[in-house]
Design a protein around this ligand. Structure first.
Ligand code: SAM
Length: 353
């Protein structure tokens, strides 16, 4: 992906003064940023319809956007004023022209519909397919149908550094392959079972496996992973779903190899708000240096470890040893909410004779 985040710092009236009145003296003065070009195009378009730009429109103007090749995606809080309505499609074609792209879309909130549907609306163009390259891996997907999170990049890069050449991996929430592909392409996993119930994501995942020449090393299990008919196969299980992947804990324990066990990578959004009571007076300095978040991650990790060990012992009917190897932040999800990932090592204990 040629993904750019453009920010607007300039003031509209400075832009327009520069555009309409001031003679251009320097090369720097002549070059307009994409945001300035957009400002000017919209100002001119409104003027040609007899509408005057008001200061109110500043807050309805997109202050950042993502670019995926020839498709620009605006944030959810722009172009909601009724002033744009009479401009019809002319609005979108002028914007596209000023930004030098072919297609436009607008972001909504990711829907909590289980598919993590992106809720992106196409404003101009006839399809939402985009392609981007990340850490040497090619991904293509329809961004109006499949969720894309740029914030998970650090975790994807970490997965890419693992050495999994002897391993069978189960990716319980594969999406378009953001973890499946690094497991196969860089971590050299022997085989990945990729579970996904969004048919649009399955189509993209299939294309991505082909694009990266690893189709032979992956089986896609389309449908609800809780119905997965796999047992006792995995050296490693990835549970990459937020706000929680808890519904996948039982199936993760079922697919883990019962004689050797393996590693679980468990994602979760941890609420890090600590009351004074929870902190304890002695711990107020911990709050100051930010380690209060780590305390909450640890609490969540310890309770998750107990849940997993209980499932493993119920399913297999013998004792297991679990170790919290690592709990790290993937990204900030919201104020006081951290998206974290826990690496939990799970090993069967030798049976007592
Ligand atoms: C957050 S996305 C995963 C994307 C990828 N892990 C990433 O970081 O970009 C979660 C995926 O899990 C899928 N999913 C959620 N619940 C599922 C279930 N019970 N069975 C199969 N797939 C599921 C959703 O359709 C979605 O594509």
């Amino acid at each position: 992906m040629e993904s750019c985040f453009h920010s607007l710092n300039s003031h509209l009236f400075e832009v327009l003064n520069q555009h309409n009145e001031n003679p251009v003296h320097s090369k720097r003065g002549r070059v307009q940023s994409p945001a300035q070009k957009l400002h000017v195009a919209l100002y001119n378009l409104l003027e040609s319809h007899g509408v005057t730009w008001t200061q109110d429109l500043e807050s309805d103007f997109p202050h950042s956007w993502q670019q995926h090749g020839d498709l620009v995606v605006f944030g959810k809080d722009c172009f909601s004023s009724s002033i744009w309505k009479p401009l019809g499609d002319q609005l979108w074609s002028s914007i596209a022209c000023s930004l030098g792209v072919e297609r436009l879309a607008k972001q909504g909130c990711v829907l909590n519909d289980g598919l993590r549907s992106p809720n992106v609306t196409l404003l101009l163009g006839d399809h939402g397919w985009v392609e981007h390259k990340d850490n040497g891996i090619r991904y293509t997907f329809d961004l109006t149908k499949c969720m894309f999170s740029a914030g998970n990049i650090v975790e994807k890069q970490r997965i890419a550094t693992l050495k999994c050449s002897e391993e069978i991996v189960v990716d319980l929430y594969a999406g378009i392959g953001y973890f499946t592909l690094p497991f196969l392409v860089h971590a050299s996993a022997a085989f990945v079972h990729a579970c996904e119930w969004n048919p649009h994501a399955v189509t993209a995942l299939m294309r991505n496996l082909e694009l990266n020449n690893v189709l032979q090393k992956c089986q896609i299990h389309e449908g609800d992973n809780r119905q997965l008919l796999l047992y006792n196969v995995a050296d490693r299980v990835n549970l990459g779903l937020i706000p929680t992947s808890e519904a996948g804990y039982h199936v993760a324990c079922r697919v883990l190899k019962k004689n050797t066990g393996g590693m679980l990578h468990i994602h979760h959004n941890v609420d890090c708000f600590l009351s004074k009571h929870e902190m304890g007076d002695d711990n107020m300095s911990a709050k100051d240096n930010g380690s209060s978040h780590r305390i909450m991650w640890r609490k969540w990790a310890e309770s998750t470890e107990i849940k997993i060990r209980t499932f493993l012992e119920e399913i297999h009917n013998f004792s297991w040893h679990t170790t919290i190897v690592r709990v790290e932040k993937v990204k900030s999800y919201a104020p006081h909410v951290d998206h974290v990932v826990l690496d939990l090592d799970c090993r069967p204990l030798p049976k007592m004779l």
